[in-house]
Write a protein that binds this ligand. Structure first.
Ligand SMILES: [Zn+2]
Length: 598
């Protein structure tokens, strides 16, 4: 069972990531911040009020690209160091200072977007034709033109950026610094509790009494903060609605989907089809878990139980490296090189300590490697998480090698495809390694469902279904108090699980647990990305090398193409229901095979 958490300073160096890969020292980072401030002042002096012909525009964008790279590295440096220990007062202060400084500079340079947006279309088109790195950036300006405000208002909006992101900051502080979970007791034995301990450990705990007691203790404590959290969340969604109105979008959905380059139809399809067609398969899976564990009943607190717990082998960090390098070797030597660097240069934070953000995530400061935050529990399932995060690393390393900073960001609709495909490839590899071992095969199939598909097609999708209901109300100008949020979440769970799962008290608070709600319409996109990933993985299995080549080109293209084009480059059509329906069938077939193997 879990030990009491260490302080960050007590953690071994080799378990921590090495942010000196971004800047050797804090002083170097501050020097870069100063350089960016000077660059920003130069850009203002040279180009403000001057962006009227294609040459000036493109010269300005070249410098702006350089500025954004600097800011990207500086902001990553402090936020990454903070994310591993929110109780670090000095880092909190530094991050606050740095954020304040570069936000001011971003506001200073907001004239670029407003001046560009005010240019006549023909000038913009000329600039697009002669652009080197700014082509897609300018195309986006043209697309956004109808939603731009006048220069003064844009400046106000930009300088309020920190305020708009305040609810998210407060959410993280409440969640990671304020809430102190008490120990809970089962049969006279005390167990420590924490966010990460609960989500990474107790939800998978085989002892039913401990697992359900942990859920209760966790939910009870969470419940004490529900009004604060609802207030933070309410402020966030109302500000999004407000901005969507100021910018003349027809709805808050159109506003939030705009940057993703996704149609409302593509968005609704994911939620509607999965709520309807995947639910029967998942109820069957819940029945299989109940049977495997001989449970009296299937409750919300039991859903994460592994199907075959005796078979969740322990894995050391060293062994995980072997699995990763071997399992993903199908991606070729360049990709292999990135994976090796991740281990050798310490891109990964394996530590468990007080104040650390709940993982996992991967941040990729421009051309400075990648930083993967994990809560490593030495389980085989962690290898899948690692393969996932390394998928992001591989994607952005490849993309940043070929694209400017402007084109390095990718639509959320596909951003999880390079990561989830690694989980699928890893699963295929493990199945092949152990061809005659039926029980192992069943274990891999079950973890495909309980990790890969459950996470993306169930956990996040149910959040997405909830979120859609919240935004529908916000769009109509209705308030969304705490009670409404709980009611909506419970309703979504009832619809999906039917009578198959008893909805334990506390399940309605699940909306408090995800930071994704502070990032717009993010949750649904996991399933969209995994749909693309599933189809590409199936194609790689079917066709081999040509499919891998197409996929590598797609990764390198990054944000220079929209999601429909991205999928198309990899051989997948996301403009109809077909790819998603086929993916749901695939999930169903895995569950059927598990049943046969039981
Ligand atoms: Zn991811």
């Amino acid at each position: 069972m879990a030990e009491t958490l260490k302080k960050r300073s007590e953690v071994e160096e080799k378990l921590k990531w090495d942010t000196s890969l971004i800047f050797k020292t804090k002083e170097d980072m501050l020097a870069e911040l100063d350089r960016m401030k000077r660059l920003s002042a130069d850009i203002e002096k040279e180009y403000k009020g001057q962006l009227s012909d294609k040459d000036k525009i493109n010269a300005c964008l070249d410098k702006y690209n350089e500025f954004l790279i600097g800011v990207d590295r500086v902001s990553n440096y402090t936020s990454l160091n903070l994310s591993v220990d929110y109780t670090d007062a000095e880092m909190n202060k530094l991050d606050g200072f740095v954020t304040g400084e570069y936000m001011k500079e971003l506001a200073r340079l907001s004239f670029i977007d407003s001046e560009l947006a005010e240019l006549p279309e023909n000038v913009l088109k000329e600039a697009i034709d002669s652009a080197t790195i700014g082509k897609n950036y300018l195309k986006d300006v043209l697309r956004f033109k109808p939603h731009m405000l006048n220069a003064e208002s844009e400046k106000v909006m930009a300088s309020l950026g920190e305020v708009f992101s305040a609810p998210y900051q407060m959410y993280e502080q409440t969640k990671l610094a304020d809430i102190k979970f008490p120990d809970f007791e089962v049969n006279g034995k005390k167990y420590p509790l924490g966010y990460s301990l609960f989500e990474d450990d107790y939800e998978y705990e085989e002892d039913t009494e401990v697992r359900r007691a942990a859920f209760k203790a966790f939910s009870d404590k969470l419940g004490e903060y529900k009004y604060t959290t609802a207030g933070q969340y309410g402020a966030k969604v109302r500000s999004e609605k407000l901005i969507s109105e100021l910018r003349h979008f027809d709805s808050v959905f159109d506003h939030l989907l705009f940057n993703q380059k996704v149609t409302r139809e593509m968005y609704d399809r994911q939620i509607d089809l999965i709520m309807d067609k995947l639910a029967p398969h998942m109820r069957k899976f819940a029945r299989l878990i109940k049977k495997a564990h001989n449970l009296d009943k299937m409750t919300y607190a039991d859903l994460k139980l592994p199907l075959d717990p005796e078979y969740n082998p322990k894995v050391t960090i060293e062994k995980s490296k072997e699995y990763i390098l071997d399992g993903l070797s199908i991606m070729g030597p360049e990709y292999q090189e990135i994976l090796k660097r991740a281990y050798d240069e310490r891109w990964i934070d394996f530590a468990q300590n007080i104040g650390k953000s709940t993982g996992g995530f991967c941040a990729s400061p421009y051309q400075r490697g990648a930083f993967i935050l994990l809560s490593w529990n030495e389980r085989m399932s962690d290898v899948f998480t690692l393969a996932h995060e390394l998928g992001h690393a591989g994607h952005f390393c490849s993309c940043q090698q070929h694209q400017s900073y402007f084109d390095n960001e990718c639509s959320q609709y596909v951003v999880e495809a390079p990561s989830t495909i690694n989980e699928l490839i890893m699963a295929e590899y493990l199945k092949e390694q152990n061809k005659d071992d039926k029980r192992f095969r069943r274990w891999v199939l079950a973890s495909q469902i309980s990790n890969t598909y459950y996470h993306n097609f169930v956990t996040h999708l149910l959040e997405a279904a909830y979120q859609r209901e919240v935004y529908k109300r916000v769009d109509k100008g209705e308030a969304v108090p705490c009670e409404t949020l709980c009611e909506i979440f419970r309703g979504v769970l009832e619809k999906f699980w039917g009578d198959e799962v008893e909805l334990t008290d506390g399940c309605e608070l699940t909306w408090m647990r995800q930071p994704h709600y502070y990032m717009g319409l993010y949750s649904y996109s996991y399933s969209a990305s995994l749909t693309v990933a599933t189809q590409v993985m199936k194609r790689i299995r079917r066709e081999g090398a040509p499919a891998v080549e197409d996929w590598k080109k797609t990764l390198a293209a990054g944000g220079s193409v929209d999601p429909v084009e991205f999928a198309k480059m990899a051989g997948v059509d996301v403009t109809t229901d077909a790819a998603l329906l086929d993916t749901i069938d695939y999930i169903g077939s895995i569950i059927d095979e598990i049943e046969t193997l039981m």
